[in-house]
Design a protein around this ligand. Structure first.
Ligand SMILES: Nc1ncnc2c1ncn2[C@@H]1O[C@H](COP(=O)(O)OP(=O)(O)OP(=O)(O)O)[C@@H](O)[C@H]1O
Length: 244
């Protein structure tokens, strides 16, 4: 695995009112890895993504992407820089078809001519298991397909760093295996991935490293097996009592 750092955060902090949701967080995302992010509900995981994607401004801290300092760029500019993301609650353009949703993302973020974008979108739809839905209105899709579309749209924008926020919930075992294979394929295609996921077996199947948050602070980071074996992680995240 490459060791170059693609994204770096130092001293990242965000409060909502009196609640410190992200507290002095330092972390690196290495180019070419899948970094899994775990933590109990309310640990600050989605807020962290919101800070990286520019949906929320930090109170303190610095971030760099590919060596370039990030400032006040709104989400669309970070998308054009190469930071793509999914949202926990899918946000398709309901009045457009599935294919059109992808094309908008590809043309917006992808910096490529329309013919190339169309071919790319067709390939991504296929990879994401949505080819049969291409001409359906996105607003009428069942939840699982809305989630697939969320991932497909993020891919269509041509990210170098892809932030996935809980995309495995509600999948069958077979669907979950397909999703893991797809994430692996995305990484092998050169896209760096940060994946927040409560479905542990899916995350463990593909993550190169894990980072665990609790109350907005990093409590563990490293090789997946080591992180999951840590008593602190088991106590906080798994809710297990660990024998002293
Ligand atoms: N815009 C906001 N305004 C006020 N409070 C917020 C806002 N966004 C998040 N919070 C609060 O920040 C805390 C962390 O939320 P966040 O969604 O980042 O956690 P999470 O780790 O992603 O949780 P989950 O696993 O449930 O998705 C929660 O207490 C949440 O209610």
């Amino acid at each position: 695995m490459a060791e170059a750092v693609l994204f770096q955060a130092r001293g990242l902090a965000k409060s909502f009112g009196a609640v410190r949701v992200v507290q002095g967080l330092d972390f690196d995302v290495r180019a070419g890895e899948v970094l899994g992010v775990l933590g109990p509900n309310g640990a600050g995981k989605t807020t962290l993504f919101n800070l990286v994607s520019g949906d929320v401004a930090p109170d303190a801290g610095q971030m760099t992407f590919d060596g370039r300092p990030l400032g006040q760029e709104p989400p669309f500019q970070r998308c054009r820089l190469g930071i793509g993301r999914t949202y926990q609650v899918p946000r398709p353009y309901g009045g457009m078809t599935v294919f059109e949703n992808l094309l908008v993302a590809a043309l917006f973020g992808g910096r490529q001519p329309e013919a190339a974008a169309q071919a790319r979108c067709a390939r991504i739809l296929d990879e994401c298991g949505l080819a049969a839905r291409a001409n359906q209105l996105a607003g009428g899709l069942p939840l699982l397909d809305r989630k697939r579309l969320e991932l497909a749209r993020a891919l269509a924008s041509g990210p170098r760093l892809l932030l996935l926020d809980e995309i495995a919930g509600g999948l069958t075992d077979e669907e979950s295996k397909q999703l893991v294979a797809l994430v692996r394929q995305i990484r092998d295609g050169g896209v760096t991935v940060v994946w927040i996921e409560h479905v542990l077996h899916a995350l463990m199947a593909v993550a190169d490293r894990l980072m665990v948050l609790n109350f907005g602070q990093k409590i563990a980071e490293g090789a997946p097996a080591e992180v999951m074996a840590s008593a602190e992680v088991q106590r906080v995240y798994m809710g297990l009592e660990v024998q002293a």
